[in-house]
Ligand binder design. Structure first.
Ligand code: 9YW
Length: 416
């Protein structure tokens, strides 16, 4: 009988394209940023060298300004829309022109700490350290122009939670007029009922065309964007990565990089308090353009636990997850909310990568029992429903793409 870990390894090998891994065949035929970093955490369990390569390949496509793009289009494939001709970023190997949750700093430190081949780990970490530090610097320079310590995302795709309820209100300000006619490909691979709507896609594309008209000048995009949202989940990932990178830099004797990243993490952590909602008992997004918190208690506000939030906040987040009351945790939106949709992508379903980061953060904050419940629930899902992209939190039904890379990677981490 194939064990869960053998099954997970088979999926990671099957989706391996040599120097990068596709999230799943068909639906996502390129390299995605945060997928790759989390995938490396799975690969390290059976091939450490391959895990380093995954992150190295991603950073080989870092822009001169420091941004690491959300997709690298290594090989042409018209099974995905929008492809390289829509982005038109003018890169030698085409990439998208926006970024994704910066989990690389965290992944790098974890690979380094757990590596058995120490000389290789030290060489790889030394080479990647300044590149990740440059990405962090880019974030605060271009996405936090007021210097408040928190960065804005300019497109829902940057959050990694494409159609979260969090974006509904700020999306009302994004126009759709003038966008080029297009044909979606995602709805040919996956059930359209479980994907974002056309109204959302129109706005995703309006923003892409708007930034393209600015020649992808990342120094100008923030102020020119009608969509500027401070997402607690995204910021928690950045803050945690800054803190981890600071520790790694110390271990490698790079004291200036250590001090820089430690200061960014401390400032970000203090500023996270401005996103706390006593009414909801969790963190919320802030619409920077409108200057107000967004009344949407999504999983982004629970993912905030990934950085070193105060213990009382972690306790409140544990209570929120319990209050969801779903058979499988953690739902991406509370079932008690009118917008909850058990099968539609980021508006209700469970995602294993999010579970992994919440569980890790809660365990660090002293909520070990809550973390263990998330881990157990994640593995129950896999045993019942296989390695899907996401799952219905009530029935456990597997949804979206199948034989999914980062789901398999997270299983190897959960089992370790
Ligand atoms: C898309 C690859 C990506 C993830 C995102 C997820 C989805 C792609 O798939 O976005 O075209 O909608 O939302 O977080 O990185 O797995």
């Amino acid at each position: 009988m194939t064990t869960l870990s053998e099954h997970a390894i088979a999926i990671l090998r099957e989706n391996d394209r040599g120097s990068y891994t596709v999230p799943t065949k068909g639906l996502y035929p390129f390299q995605w940023n945060w997928d790759s970093c989390l995938t490396a955490l799975g690969q390290r369990h059976f091939d450490e060298a391959r895990a380093w390569t995954e992150i190295e390949t991603l950073f080989a496509h870092q822009w001169l300004c420091g941004m690491v793009p959300h997709i690298v289009f290594h090989q042409m494939d018209d099974g995905y829309f929008p492809g390289p001709t829509v982005w038109a970023t003018g890169r030698p190997v085409p990439t998208s022109g926006i970024t994704q949750p910066p989990v690389a700093g965290f992944a790098l430190k974890r690979l380094f700490d757990r590596a058995t081949d120490r000389p290789a780990a030290e060489a790889q970490a030394r080479a990647l350290l300044p590149k990740v530090a440059a990405w962090h610097r880019w974030f605060f320079a271009t996405r936090d122009p007021g210097g408040e310590g928190l960065v804005a995302i300019l497109h829902p795709w940057e959050s990694g939670r494409d159609n979260s309820v969090d974006w509904d209100a700020p999306f009302a300000r994004v126009p759709t007029d003038g966008i080029a006619p297009y044909t979606r490909r995602d709805t040919q691979h996956a059930n359209p009922e479980h994907r974002p709507t056309k109204a959302q896609y129109d706005r995703y594309l309006w923003l892409v065309e708007h930034f393209r008209a600015l020649d992808w000048d990342t120094a100008r995009m923030h102020d020119a964007s009608p969509f500027q949202v401070i997402d607690p989940g995204f910021n928690a990932i950045l803050i945690r990565s800054c803190a981890e990178l600071a520790d790694l830099a110390d271990a490698l004797g790079e004291t200036a990089l250590a001090a820089e990243n430690r200061a960014l993490a401390a400032k970000g952590l203090a500023a996270m308090e401005s996103l706390w909602s006593p009414e909801h008992g969790q963190y919320l997004c802030r619409d920077r353009a409108a200057g107000a918190l967004i009344d949407s208690p999504s999983v982004g506000g629970l993912l905030a636990a990934f950085c070193a939030i105060p213990p009382a906040r972690a306790e409140a987040i544990t209570a929120k997850i319990e209050a969801h009351g779903t058979r499988f945790r953690v739902a991406s939106h509370p079932p008690q909310s009118a917008e909850f949709d058990a099968k539609r992508y980021w508006r209700g379903p469970v995602w294993l990568v999010v579970n992994y980061m919440i569980a890790d953060g809660l365990a660090h904050a002293g909520q070990e029992a809550a973390a263990a419940r998330i881990t157990a629930s994640s593995l129950d899902l896999i045993r019942e429903s296989g390695f899907a992209e996401y799952y219905d939190p009530i029935t456990g039904e597997p949804l979206g793409g199948g034989r999914f890379t980062w789901t398999a990677a997270m299983v190897l981490e959960f089992l370790a």
